[in-house]
Design a protein around this ligand. Structure first.
Ligand code: ADP
Ligand code: MG
Length: 211
């Protein structure tokens, strides 16, 4: 296991709004995740899970505290640098899959590889191999509308796996799936940590689907 810390949050706080309308969504959160680790954060709806994950993914700036991605303090980086780090290192998996509906499963993954700088032929090969590895060899050329929820989530995991140094952040990835499919998705994310040395953080309000 790689013991280098991929993602480190120290005393991270996020306050939305001001004065009487202020909402403290996250308060003094600490988190440290290394490559090879799978971390599950549980909490009820409204407890700040999405806010925390969005800050960890460099999509939202904290009000205070420090966030390090692969050692770089991202809390005060300019937007352009932030989006470069996000694009190269962080894969997101969402409850609602967020696949491009006009593209096939294969093409959805190819787009992500292309953004990582791979050329056409390499994109095709890598996308096919990632999808095959997640049991989707017979579904590669289907568009999202022809895929089940579990299959769509596998495609979105394949897309998240293309990111280089490898942090995967999953926001309620099982919420739209039945419990068996949900557990399969959690197993895939655990394998991504163990076999691909990714730092994986999953947030969920539903213990039954994740444990
Ligand atoms: P969870 O994902 O655990 O359900 P959230 O992180 O979405 O929780 O929300 C935490 C709290 O922050 C909630 O009270 C929510 O209403 C508030 N909140 C989230 N995003 C915003 C925002 N953009 N503006 C104002 N309040 C927000
Ligand atoms: Mg949420």
């Amino acid at each position: 296991m790689n013991d280098k810390v991929a993602l480190k949050l120290e005393k991270v706080t996020k306050v939305f709004g001001k004065d009487r309308n202020a909402v403290v969504a996250v308060k003094d959160a600490d988190l440290s995740v290394s490559g090879g680790e799978f971390v599950l954060i549980m909490g009820p709806s409204g407890s700040g899970k999405t806010t925390l994950l969005t800050m960890a993914g460099c999509l939202l700036r904290p009000t205070s505290g420090t966030i390090r991605v692969n050692g770089t303090d991202v809390s005060r980086l300019p937007d352009k640098e932030l989006s470069r780090i996000r694009q190269s290192s962080i894969g997101f998996v969402f409850q609602s899959f967020n696949l491009l509906s006009a593209l096939t499963a294969q093409e959805n993954v190819e787009v992500a590889l292309n953004m990582m700088g791979r050329d056409g032929e390499q994109c095709r090969k890598e996308a096919a191999s990632l999808l095959d590895g997640l049991g989707l060899e017979a579904r590669r050329h289907f568009r999202p509308e022809k895929l089940s929820g579990g299959e769509k989530q596998r495609v979105s995991i394949a897309r998240a796996l293309v990111k280089g140094p490898g942090i995967i952040l999953a926001d309620e990835p099982t919420a739209n799936l039945d419990s068996r499919r949900g557990r399969e998705i959690v197993e895939i994310l655990k394998n991504a940590a163990r076999d691909a040395n990714k730092a994986v953080v999953v947030v969920s309000h539903d213990r039954h689907q994740c444990c």
